[in-house]
Design a protein around this ligand. Structure first.
Ligand code: FEO
Length: 169
């Protein structure tokens, strides 16, 4: 059983993870329009990761004999039109998600739910990894500038990313 306030906070985060999936799906479509299959693949892995993050919490809420309530998912808005601009938005978004995981942990702390805190530790570590991955691609894109050949090479590199289903918690 979960404290009602914590149950609501988990449901809110499930919605944010599903929104992340939706946002990255929209970005994947943008990269497909740009004919960059490696970037499309990178986003595709990201889409699957976000679904896994949402489902990890979805299953956990049930495991704690609490209720999952799905709300509407906001329309995703891709702000930029270049790979650099899109990756700037991805980093900004991941930093936001990190702040939301921290806020969720604040609620778990407030209601003294140590089991939930321990479960959420995985998400905190995952956010460090996510920000680092995205930051790495962003740094490459900044170096590349307008060099089309270098962008082509980076696209080849991003094509090698594969999805590995995470073991959450
Ligand atoms: Fe689920 Fe990318 O954070």
């Amino acid at each position: 059983m979960l404290d009602k306030k914590l149950e609501n906070a988990f449901n809110d985060q499930i919605n944010k993870e599903l929104y992340s999936e939706y946002l990255y799906l929209a970005m994947k479509a943008k990269f497909a329009e740009m004919n960059l299959p490696g970037f499309v693949n990178w986003l595709d892995v990201q889409v699957q990761e976000e679904r896994a993050h949402a489902m990890g919490m979805f299953d956990y809420v049930f495991e704690r004999n609490a209720q999952v309530r799905l709300e509407a998912i906001d329309k995703p808005e891709v702000k930029g039109s270049t790979p650099l601009e899109i990756f700037e938005q991805i980093l900004e978004h991941e930093e936001y998600v990190t702040s939301r995981i921290n806020a969720l942990m604040d609620v778990a702390e407030e209601v003294k739910d140590r089991a939930a805190l321990s479960f959420l530790d995985w998400y905190l570590k995952e956010q460090v990894e996510e920000e680092s991955n995205v930051g790495g691609v962003l740094a490459n894109l900044k170096l590349i500038g307008d060099d089309k050949k270098a962008l082509f090479m980076l696209d080849k590199e991003l094509a090698t990313r594969t999805f590995v289903a995470p073991v959450i918690g």
